[in-house]
Write a protein that binds this ligand. Structure first.
Ligand code: FAD
Length: 386
């Protein structure tokens, strides 16, 4: 591809779908290209519901190719391995394409810390990339529906954050529905589960796991996975024939490989306008960036979603040469959090309030469905109007 006025979006994460939706409503100046390994972007907030069998994959899929068509953008299938950006030019090298442009924006999410520890790639199941999620679902279904000798299936969820806890609850419910006993352990490297949340929320979650027969091991660091167990740094091992690897967020290797401006951990450092701090023609949002101006921002979908509108606006400004109207992203310090406990209820935390209720799950369902519909509807309505 030759260099014309072109904005290259890398990754179809939460903020970039908003950029595309904005372009579907009103076209950007110049060309728009999205590079993504996946045609369907799965909304991870609904993965636990899919695992427990409550929704089909369609419910959590955003059709990136259709959204690109609606936005007048070109969809390029592939993973980006390197970017070279100056303050006026961007060159992107993907699996099967080399693309030149004037600006570049990244929303590629994070990777799981420790995925290169011995046995993790071979024996543990993760949520990303997409093929990993499909493999996790397939293996869960195989194990839970295969003929059993009546003995509980030992399984281990490595990671005591929100994703680990939600998927543990979902797995228990799926096993219960299929009448397959499990012997689950959840491991947290931190001294308690859900270390990013209050002690109250953490204790409540531990109590729920206790009533459902889940062993919780805290300050427990996994160092190796085999087909039969998870080995810990203190020399112990936990029996596991199905290991989930949900260890949080580490920086994707792309930025260091591309010599971008990163923080100490390798996340792209962006300023309050979501532009790379060194002034390159590079923007970013979501889990892959580090917000210099608001270091309290955690890596969660909420912030990725919230930054989407600011990113869309700012990219429209720079591609249309209206730099004077750039906005800043001011992330909230307090966000609502809802954890699906897969028992018809969810744990909701909002400031000092903690509620484990049916209505919390209904609220989560409504928020999740609305998010996915927002982007699929944008594709459909643009199609109808042509
Ligand atoms: C099971 C589970 C449940 C969760 N529930 C919640 C929740 O309820 N609330 C919440 O706030 N957060 C939740 N999270 C966290 C949330 O999923 C992430 O914070 C969020 O997905 C980050 O969004 P993102 O836009 O940064 O990137 P992502 O959603 O990760 O999307 C990144 C995209 O970029 C693509 N990509 C990656 N690398 C490249 C590359 N090199 N080139 C091109 N494309 C690339 C990927 O294929 C992907 O499509 C959950 C996570 C999990 C695993």
């Amino acid at each position: 591809m030759s260099a014309t006025r072109r904005l290259i979006l890398i990754g179809g994460g939460h903020a970039h779908v908003e950029v595309l939706r904005s372009a579907a409503q009103r076209r950007f100046d110049g060309e728009l290209v999205l590079v993504s390994p996946d045609v369907q972007q799965l909304y991870s907030g609904m993965m636990p519901a899919q695992l427990r069998g409550a929704v089909t994959e369609r419910a959590l899929s955003i059709d990136l190719a259709a959204l690109c068509r609606a936005a007048g953008a070109q969809f390029v299938a592939g993973t980006v391995h390197q970017i070279a950006v100056t303050n006026t030019h961007a060159h992107v090298r993907a699996d099967h394409a080399s693309i030149d442009g004037d600006w570049c924006s990244v929303d590629i999410g994070a990777v799981s810390p420790g995925h290169d520890l011995p046995g993790v790639r071979e024996y543990a199941y993760a949520t990303r990339p997409l093929r990993a999620w499909h493999a996790l679902l397939k293996r869960a279904t195989e194990l839970l529906t295969s003929r059993s000798d009546g003995k509980p299936l030992p399984c281990c969820i490595v990671g005591g954050g929100a994703a680990g806890c939600e998927l543990a609850f979902a797995l228990l419910t799926r096993a219960h529905t299929l009448d397959r006993p499990l012997s689950p352990t959840i491991l947290s490297a931190a001294p308690r589960l859900l270390p990013e949340f209050s002690t109250r929320m953490s204790n409540r979650t531990v109590a729920l796991f206790a009533t459902r027969g889940v062993r919780v091991e805290t300050s427990a660091t996994a160092t190796r996975v085999t087909s039969r167990e998870v080995q810990l740094s203190d020399g112990r091992s936990i029996a596991s024939e199905f290991t989930l690897w949900l260890t949080g967020a580490a920086a994707p290797p792309l930025f260091r490989a591309s010599q971008c401006a990163t923080d100490a951990e390798g996340f792209l450092s962006v300023d309050a306008t979501l532009r790379a701090v060194n002034g390159d023609a590079l923007w970013g949002a979501g889990d892959c960036v580090s917000h210099l101006a608001s270091p309290w921002v955690t890596r969660s979908g909420v912030y990725a979603v919230r930054s989407g509108a600011v990113l869309a606006h700012n990219l429209r400004c720079v591609t249309g040469n209206t730099l004077g109207h750039i906005r800043t992203f001011t992330p909230q310090r307090h966000t609502m959090f809802i954890l699906d406990t897969a028992d018809g209820r969810a744990l909701l935390r909002w400031r000092g309030v903690l509620s484990h209720s049916r209505w919390a799950l209904q609220l989560k369902g409504a928020i999740d469905r609305r998010f996915v519909a927002r982007y699929n509807d944008a594709s459909h309505s643009a199609h109808r109007h042509r």
